[in-house]
Ligand binder design. Structure first.
Ligand code: IPE
Ligand code: IPE
Ligand code: MG
Length: 247
């Protein structure tokens, strides 16, 4: 498809998931410390959230901090948590203006108190917004989510509330923190890395993956549009043959 052709509004994903990667390298390229890259990543978050809402995307999940990211140097972790508090406070207005509802997935109990408070307040303040839901994956990893789901299911079985035979895909999905959202049809990762880094392992089972070399702080609406055009060119077969899909 040519780069000038428009995105087809009738064939948009309902849910886009993004691994926002490359902040550190973006900063390093300019001889700055990694935090500088994280600070500049905020603009991309705003642009993409607004862009998705304008296009009519209903759910946007942003991978902001993984369980594994706790292993980064303390200085960087603290700076990221500080930036998170500041960003949530500053951007609540953008969320309200665009009628975006904020939600979060991940182990929130691990986040610093002020971060939890700021997040809870923004979630509460935006709960009746209905244009789009923005889901922040914070202190999140998919194995953490699946592990907790397995544990809860095992408890239900032990208590006699659930028969092992009743465990099916829908039941497992209903025990994940993503239970209220449709599976993402499209997953975007910036910065040239081609892996999923413990993100939505169950939910991305049949998603289309789009990888771009653009570093997250440089990611803009036009890059989002490129990803969507590529998505619209893909044939999602779900195990069937091409002939079955197109007839
Ligand atoms: C993504 O950018 C942001 C977070 C993981 C919090 P990185 O910090 O991973 O940047 P690179 O990959 O080192 O360039
Ligand atoms: C994944 O990025 C997590 C987030 C974007 C928040 P990383 O940059 O931490 O991933 P790896 O460790 O390089 O795979
Ligand atoms: Mg990275």
């Amino acid at each position: 498809m040519s780069s000038t052709s428009p995105v087809k509004p009738e064939h948009l994903p309902q849910h886009i998931a993004v691994i926002m990667d490359g902040n550190g390298r973006w900063a390093k390229k300019q001889g700055k410390i990694r935090i500088f890259g994280h600070q500049h990543g905020v603009r991309a978050v705003r642009e993409i959230a607004e862009g998705c809402a304008e296009l009519g995307i209903k759910y946007l999940t942003l991978y902001a901090f993984s369980t594994e990211n706790w292993n980064r140097p303390k200085f960087e972790v603290n700076a990221l948590m500080g930036l998170l508090v500041k960003t949530i406070r500053q951007e609540t207005e953008t969320l309200q203006k665009n009628s975006i509802r904020l939600e979060a997935i991940g182990d929130r109990s691990h986040l610093p108190q002020d971060c939890q408070r700021e997040l809870d307040e923004a979630i509460e303040a935006t709960r009746s917004n209905d244009r789009m839901t923005l889901i922040l994956a914070l202190s999140y990893s998919s194995k953490w989510d699946i592990l907790n789901a397995v544990r809860s299911i095992a408890h239900e079985v032990k208590l006699g509330k659930l028969e092992p035979e009743a465990i099916d895909e829908d039941l497992i999905s209903s025990f994940l923190t993503t239970r209220d959202y449709p599976n993402p049809e499209l997953m975007i990762r910036t910065s040239g890395e081609q892996r999923i880094s413990n993100f939505l392992l169950w939910e991305l089972a049949y998603s289309e993956f789009y990888f771009t070399d653009v570093l997250w702080p440089d990611f803009r609406k036009e890059h989002l549009i490129e990803a969507l055009k590529e998505y619209q060119n893909r044939e999602r077969r779900f195990g069937k043959t091409s002939e079955q899909i197109t007839k």
